[in-house]
Design a protein around this ligand. Structure first.
Ligand SMILES: [Fe+2]
Ligand SMILES: [Fe+2]
Length: 448
């Protein structure tokens, strides 16, 4: 009897120890994963990392991160191994670019408002009287059943949730659907706190950049936040392709992919120094106006003259180089040395131009061609692509153009994802600005 008791105690102790060891291992894994979030500034890259890490910790087949925006939860990142195998284009997924209202009727809304985790291991058996229900609309649109869902708030201390992390369908070692454990919820709650802090840091940095873009936009109505975001997204996709093709070290690649999306947003920050009448002038600029316009690269680069951080360095090189041409005929190279502009900066050509400058040049021109400008209508995609291709080796680096052509399938999705305000709204704003400028000029010259 005593022997049996001894073994019973021993086994019990062993199982507790192994459980503790397992927990320690998982917590160490959390520590290792969250330490990778520290230097990720780009929100898209960060969310991708957070969701992939959370899924790895729980061996989940799918997951979603929603971010809270204006009373709604926006699908900011979705991963689904099953759907990835059957869907070619992520924009075909039912939740692409979608959002839901924050209220207690959905699992995500409930968790956002209650600010505590909720684990449902069988969505089909949620009590009908429960305040929340699993919204099956997305399941039936995608033919993917979310059976087990763990939903966690993403919030930093005391703040409203920044969003919600949802983990879907954990798989056992046999690849079959299993259940979430209480321990899963505890570990993921711990993980969620670190994830929320990283998201908050990235959002803070992103909003500082967005505010700068808004300032540029108040000066030049066509340099919209959508334009800046599209240019940054296209440039990042080009670099992603280029860097893989050129065998860039993974560490360098990831670092660049982290900084480039933010840096490229500010390519035209120097336009705040260009008079509005020049920026919004319909038709061609005269030579003096052209110089004023071209000066935006030098004025912008001066803002980052004392580049303190690697991000500042990249921003500066993009600002300065995004109008240089591969054949050396761009500016400030071309403008430097002219009568109106002293030779402050040596012009560049070919690989003297920074890689990010060469990449943003293609992204910026393509976006200007395929969208409305004060001096032209939006060109259709075929024509815009043709122009870029014709300029390969003249205006643009041929290898960058090659990578740009390789990301062609993504271009329409990027355009749909970041649309400009309606054309009417933009033209009305331009007209208003022009009328106000004319009034101000009259006042300055004493006319009535
Ligand atoms: Fe520019
Ligand atoms: Fe631009």
């Amino acid at each position: 009897m005593s022997r049996i008791f001894f073994w019973g105690q021993f086994l019990e102790r062993m199982s507790l120890e192994s459980l503790a060891k397992n927990q320690v291992d998982r917590l160490n894994e959390v520590g290792r994963l969250v330490s990778n979030f520290n230097n990720v500034f780009d929100l898209a890259q960060l969310l991708e990392k957070i969701l992939a890490s959370a899924r790895a910790l729980t061996k989940c087949e799918a997951g979603t991160i929603y971010l809270a925006r204006a009373g709604r939860l926006v699908f900011a990142q979705s991963q689904n191994d099953y759907l990835d195998r059957i869907v070619n284009d992520p924009s075909d997924l039912p939740f692409f670019n979608r959002d839901i209202e924050i209220n207690r009727s959905t699992l995500a809304g409930y968790v956002a408002l209650e600010r505590r985790p909720l684990t449902i291991n069988d969505t089909s058996s949620i009590h009908p009287e429960a305040p929340y229900q699993h919204f099956t609309g997305f399941d039936s649109e995608s033919s993917y059943v979310c059976q087990a869902i763990m939903t966690l708030p993403l919030s930093t201390s005391g703040s409203d949730p920044l969003g919600v992390l949802q983990l879907i369908n954990p798989l056992g070692d046999d690849g079959l659907l299993t259940c979430f454990s209480d321990e899963d919820e505890r570990i993921l709650t711990f993980f969620g706190d670190f994830a929320a802090q990283a998201i908050e840091k990235s959002l803070t940095m992103g909003s500082a950049i967005t505010h700068n873009v808004e300032i540029i936009s108040s000066q030049d109505p066509l340099e919209t936040r959508a334009h800046a975001t599209r240019v940054a997204t296209i440039a990042t996709a080009i670099y992603d392709h280029w860097s893989k093709k050129h065998g860039v070290k993974e560490e360098t690649r990831l670092r660049a992919l982290n900084l480039l999306p933010l840096a490229a947003m500010l390519h035209d920050v120097g336009k705040i120094y260009v008079p509005k009448r020049v920026l919004t002038k319909p038709g061609r600029l005269d030579p003096k106006e052209r110089i004023l316009m071209e000066n935006h690269v030098i004025a912008g680069a001066k803002m980052y003259g004392d580049a303190f951080t690697p991000l500042d360095e990249i921003i500066r090189s993009i600002i300065l180089d995004h109008h240089e041409r591969w054949d050396g005929q761009g500016y400030p190279g071309r403008a430097a040395g002219s009568d109106e502009m002293p030779k402050l900066i040596q012009g560049k050509k070919g690989e003297e131009i920074s890689l990010f400058g060469r990449i943003v040049a293609v992204a910026d021109v393509y976006d200007a061609l395929s969208n409305y400008r004060t001096y032209k209508k939006a060109f259709d995609q075929t024509l815009a692509l043709q122009i870029i291709e014709q300029e390969s080796g003249r205006h643009f680096d041929p290898q960058v153009v090659e990578s740009f052509m390789a990301i062609k399938p993504q271009l329409n999705r990027i355009k749909a994802q970041y649309p400009d305000p309606p054309l009417e709204e933009m033209t009305q704003k331009i007209e208003k600005d022009r009328a106000r400028d004319a009034e101000e000029q009259k006042e300055e010259t004493g006319e009535n």
